[in-house]
Design a protein around this ligand. Structure first.
Ligand SMILES: Cc1ncc(COP(=O)(O)O)c(C=O)c1O
Length: 347
């Protein structure tokens, strides 16, 4: 459990976080039923918590963020529709092509500066259905944007995209896998402020929030009823899911406020790396808990191997690029150990 500090410094992802002792106790004591039959009180309570927090009518618990995004696509679209999303979005790049395989949609990806999709670009590509063009029924936004380095989309930019989509008769789905990092990274904002920029929102409990499993899809009552059908069709109906939902309830209650610690540590790491000749990263672009570093002449895979030998785990995202992620199990001492290794490798 994550109350016991790890000696291994693991910067690969916030998905490696472990449940806290409070979560494990809640899991052991969870009241459960059969959620497919609609009788698991802990899962229902988690869904109510999530919907309330995001200011939506209803929510649906699923095993993963990938399944939430896929169920959202299946519920919002019809085969042959076009969806718009950013070119490095998780949905376009890292979900096994599920949008095409299972929902039968054409994914049109839009380039952007730092993952910040532009409403004018979205408007340009919102093709109406015609003899020649597929209709565009959905725009997907990612908050925070993982592969642009945990970038937070500003609320006014998100609202502009929503308004353009709605004006053209399309809906907006927010892949908010790390939306609570976005909330923490947008001073004065609430989860409901972010969620109001989209018709539906998915978010993950199992990343920075440290729950072992689970994500939620939130939207209006009619949407969630249809989403429930698609979840079951995909085999995502879970029976005594209250056991894992209990950890999720603790995550929402106790783990959101501390995300600012992870963000501060990510900025400290970026500042430390920027001060070492040979690596390139802009600390002012670190909005949340993710940073991408260019490794210059050094081969990323060799850095990963050298670090692993000193019990520091890293994730190469290119021949000369590494992604670093801070989270609950990353300490200041881990950051110092990593900086020492990076410094030695260029010396
Ligand atoms: C932005 C984003 N969306 C969705 C997902 C998918 O989540 P899961 O791993 O729970 O399927 C991830 C996973 O890292 C992600 O980073």
């Amino acid at each position: 459990m994550s109350d016991v500090p790890r000696t291994t410094a693991d910067f690969r992802s916030d998905t490696v976080t472990r449940p806290t002792s409070t979560m494990l106790t809640a899991m052991a004591e969870a009241e459960v039923g059969d959620d497919v039959l609609g009788h698991d009180p802990t899962t229902q309570a988690l869904e109510e918590d999530a919907a309330r927090l995001l200011g939506k009518d209803a929510a649906l618990f699923m095993p993963s963020g990938t399944m939430c995004n896929l169920v959202a696509l299946l519920t919002h679209t019809s085969p042959g529709d076009q969806i718009l999303t950013e070119e490095w979005s998780h949905t376009a790049c890292f979900e096994g092509g599920g949008a095409g395989v299972f929902a039968g949609v054409l994914t049109r990806t839009l380039g952007s500066a730092r993952g910040l999709m532009d409403a004018a670009d979205v408007e340009r590509w919102m093709m109406p259905r015609s003899e020649h063009t597929p209709g565009t029924s959905l725009v997907c936004v990612e908050q925070t944007h993982n592969f642009h380095g945990g970038v937070v989309m500003p609320l006014d930019g998100l609202r502009a995209i929503r308004d353009v989509a709605h004006a053209k008769g399309a809906r907006v789905h927010m892949d908010g896998a790390r939306m609570f990092n976005a909330v923490a990274g947008t001073p004065g904002s609430t989860a409901a402020d972010h969620a109001a920029c989209a018709d539906t929102v998915s978010f993950c409990l199992s990343k920075g929030l440290c729950a072992p499993v689970g994500s939620l899809l939130c939207g209006d009552v009619e949407f969630i009823a249809e989403a429930r059908f698609h979840r079951k069709r995909l085999g995502g109906g879970m029976r005594q899911s209250g056991v894992i939902a209990a950890a999720g309830r603790v995550a929402l209650r106790e783990m959101c406020a501390r995300l600012t610690d992870d963000h501060a540590r990510a900025r400290r790491l970026a500042t430390g790396i920027a001060a070492i000749d040979g690596y390139s990263v802009d600390p002012t672009c670190v909005d949340t808990n993710i940073l991408f570093v260019e490794t210059g002449d050094l081969v990323a895979a060799e850095i990963v191997a050298s670090a692993a030998a000193e019990d520091v785990l890293l994730y190469a995202t290119g021949v000369h690029q590494i992604r670093f992620v801070t989270h609950h199990d990353v300490t200041d001492a881990h950051v110092d150990r990593l900086l020492g290794i990076l410094q030695r490798l260029v010396s």
